[in-house]
Design a protein around this ligand. Structure first.
Ligand SMILES: [Zn+2]
Length: 173
């Protein structure tokens, strides 16, 4: 069960100066954003927080593993996540800021939900291509690949059979 407030930062209660927080990013985070690509997640996040009167700057370190489907054989593959990100929360009037890692907080806001930020950090940390054996010693499931190829061939064949252009061509023969 996902604790709704698991990633809520109580910005007003943070002490001035440096402090630390730890978060555990799990599958429930991805469920919340209806993401099915990541089937398991065990990523630890350490946050080094530095609060001054006007802003809170946070350096995050992400370390752990996510599980996705292999791009080649579709079987699960564990991907290591190891990345750093920063976030700056500024108190004051909303102004246009170019940096997407800088967020303005109005005087009324007492909490900041880090869920969306964490979600995006993990997705950004995921390599574009996830295939067994390319970053580790694991191996693709060759029987799955054979099955996928067989299905693709069948699909091609079905397309040919139902494509009226093929039927027209056949008549010409
Ligand atoms: Zn594979």
């Amino acid at each position: 069960m996902f604790a709704k407030d698991a990633y809520i930062l109580n910005v007003r209660a943070l002490p001035t100066g440096e402090s630390k927080e730890e978060y555990l990013l799990t599958k429930s985070l991805f469920d919340r954003f209806e993401n099915d690509d990541i089937t398991a997640c065990d990523v630890k996040c350490e946050a080094k927080i530095d609060r001054t009167e006007r802003e809170i700057s946070i350096n995050f370190t992400f370390n752990g593993t996510i599980t996705v489907a292999c791009d080649r054989c579709l079987e699960p593959i564990d991907i290591k996540i190891s990345s750093d990100e920063y976030l700056v929360l500024k108190f004051g009037q909303a102004v246009e800021i170019e940096d997407e890692n800088v967020v303005m907080l109005s005087e009324k806001e007492t909490v900041f939900d880090l869920s969306q930020f964490f979600f995006e950090c993990v997705l950004v940390g995921k390599p574009f291509r996830c295939v067994h054996g390319e970053a580790d010693e694991s191996k693709c499931d060759e029987s799955m690949i054979a099955l996928i190829e067989c299905q693709n061939k069948q699909k091609e064949k079905d397309n040919e059979e139902t494509d009226p252009r093929w039927a027209a061509l056949k008549k010409l023969k």
